[in-house]
Design a protein. Sequence first.
Length: 145
Amino acid sequence: MTSERVVPLCALIVSVMAFCISIITILINLRQKKLDNLLSLHQFLHQGDLSDARRKIREQECEVSLKDPSVRRVCSSFDYAGTMVRNGVVNRKLFFHYWATPLRTLDGPLNSIANSQTGDRVTVKDYYKDLWWLLQQAKMQTPRS
């Protein structure tokens, strides 16, 4: 093999390796961003007032109605979380590993208002569509052991 062929071949090999490393770096960064987003979402959902609102619903300490601020807060926060999970902004598997059981405990109480009207011809289920998507997905997850 002559040097006329070796130099371009080496350049090609180096270019292909650099391209592969770039792709791997991009994939690692995307994975890390999803984990960072998941951490931020966990911090948001673990705020004291949200935790207390979930407890009030779960333990039937409030009327499950959109007139109750706790119910609105829970619906709104999990609707936001559902939008993030559904669109792949966070790691879906890790999210459900942690949140599937808490979501299943809210499913019954919140389903009691699913078909209530909240505006002109809009049901609660339609208004908080990503919350209801989350609830359905949580039912399909195997319980943690």
